[in-house]
Ligand binder design. Structure first.
Ligand SMILES: Cc1cc2nc3c(=O)[nH]c(=O)nc-3n(C[C@H](O)[C@H](O)[C@H](O)COP(=O)(O)O)c2cc1C
Length: 417
């Protein structure tokens, strides 16, 4: 379906799905369309880190929605590197559970690419149930700074996790380098370690290069997709996308150099994000709608630098055009307009939604069929984020009764305290 006409305020509007419905090659595989379901942590694993019924149901619905690529949420590569209490895990003990997850999804949809996001939460691990560690010294003397040997061990854990992902039937993995977790810290200019993993850009990216090479050797299958989600701009002093340990002004020299390095390392895609977990740079809020323009720009800058597919982030905030973007033409405000435009203009190869996937798991299917009226749009209330920060199970507290009730009960509890 390429052009769809519908009426809005007595005007006939043409909606085009030409670009978004076109399949795209990613490495040696093909994504059936250009919509990506971004990783969304939902904190609903069982006590062993396996997918619970709640997780399985969520991913079944995602499979039904038919996005070209479906990322799993951030899977922890060890039980002591969790940011969420009930984070899904990817260790040998969880292989059966993850295999079931993949099988359940494939029963519904054999076309979408399913990629596992692999993560070590580092400094964002939660002390109540994990070990808080850091790549470089912080102001908090209680945070353990990793030794070189410990960094090597983390590399081996990533490699193990990639092998498990392959064994259980995932199409590939995402080597997470965004939002402040351990691999973000590694590449930040603030990482001034004076050993082989810190200081120069070459040293700060060594962990990435060496671990990628080990993953490739261990997986030994060039059709298994490897990619990276990284922040073009962390938005913190000494963060990635700034020019030095004391700098914060945006400078894309290193993010561009890193993009080229990812391509040279033989990876299959780049997923561009920004900001530290929970920040408005990561997910444009109601108060900060123009955040999406910045995410467009960062994806475009990466896209210009490489020839592998580039995924853009933050598209949920566009909704059906009901947003506060400073755009006078109402026809130029919605998700579909910007997805088509950015794909057509070559600013990006695939467009990613996070919060929208929770608001309506069937979003891609409905959009591609032109069933706009039946889409439950994300309202950008960020209740999903509130649930996540409160260590509750996460879902859409507007469109899904289960999470709506949960959200209310948490609010009532805090009110009564
Ligand atoms: C509740 C919640 C959980 C998230 N979990 C992850 C995650 O596991 N991995 C990740 O890379 N990003 C995660 N993100 C960021 C999203 O993938 C996405 O980049 C962000 O929500 C902006 O996109 P959107 O505007 O389409 O929602 C999460 C965001 C939210 C709100």
């Amino acid at each position: 379906m390429n052009s769809i006409f519908f009426q809005q305020n007595s005007k006939v509007i043409e909606m085009n799905t030409q670009m978004i419905s076109t399949p795209i090659r990613v490495g040696k595989k093909e994504a059936p369309n250009r919509i990506v379901f971004q990783p969304m942590e939902c904190n609903d694993a069982d006590a062993t880190g396996d997918p619970s019924d709640l997780s399985l149901n969520r991913y079944r619905r995602f499979a039904e929605g038919g996005a070209g690529i479906i990322f799993t949420e951030s899977l922890t590569i060890t039980s002591e590197s969790r940011a969420r209490k009930s984070q899904l895990s990817i260790t040998e003990q969880n292989a059966k559970g993850l295999e079931r997850l993949i099988n359940e999804m494939r029963k519904i949809n054999g076309e979408s690419l399913i990629l596992f996001q692999l993560n070590q939460s580092g400094r964002l691990s939660e002390a109540a149930f994990s070990k808080v560690i850091s790549v470089y010294p912080t102001k908090d003397p209680d945070i353990h700074v990793l030794t070189e040997e410990e960094i090597d061990q983390i590399g081996d854990n990533f490699v193990n996790a990639a092998v498990i992902a392959k064994q259980v039937g995932a199409d590939g993995i995402d080597f997470k380098h965004c939002h402040g977790y351990v691999c973000t810290e590694m590449i930040q200019p603030a990482n001034t370690r004076n050993d082989r993993y810190g200081g120069s850009f070459e040293n700060r990216t060594r962990f990435f290069r060496e671990t990628t090479r080990k993953m490739k050797d261990a997986v030994d299958d060039d059709s298994f997709l490897l990619g990276v989600r990284f922040n073009a701009y962390d938005g913190v002093p000494g963060g990635f996308g700034a020019a030095g340990p004391e700098e914060v002004i945006e400078d894309l020299s290193e993010p561009i150099a890193f993009s080229k390095m990812i391509e040279e390392a033989g990876m299959d895609y780049i997923n561009v994000s920004a900001g530290i977990a929970g920040s408005e740079i990561t997910q444009p809020s109601k108060k900060y709608p123009v955040g999406i323009y910045r995410l467009f720009g960062w994806a475009q800058a990466v896209k210009k630098a490489v020839n592998i597919p580039v995924i853009g982030s933050g598209y949920s905030s566009l909704r059906d055009g009901k947003n506060d973007l400073p755009e006078p033409d109402p026809a130029k405000k919605d998700f579909l307009y910007w997805a088509e435009k950015n794909l057509r203009d070559g600013n990006v190869d695939l467009v990613g939604v996070g919060r929208q996937s929770l608001a309506d798991p069937l979003f891609p299917k409905k959009l591609l069929a032109g069933e706009f009226d039946s889409i439950n749009y994300c309202t950008i209330c960020d209740r999903c984020l509130t649930l996540m920060i409160a260590q509750q199970v996460v879902g859409c507290a507007i469109h899904d009764k289960h999470y709506r009730d949960l959200y209310r009960s948490i609010k009532n509890k805090t009110k009564n305290q």
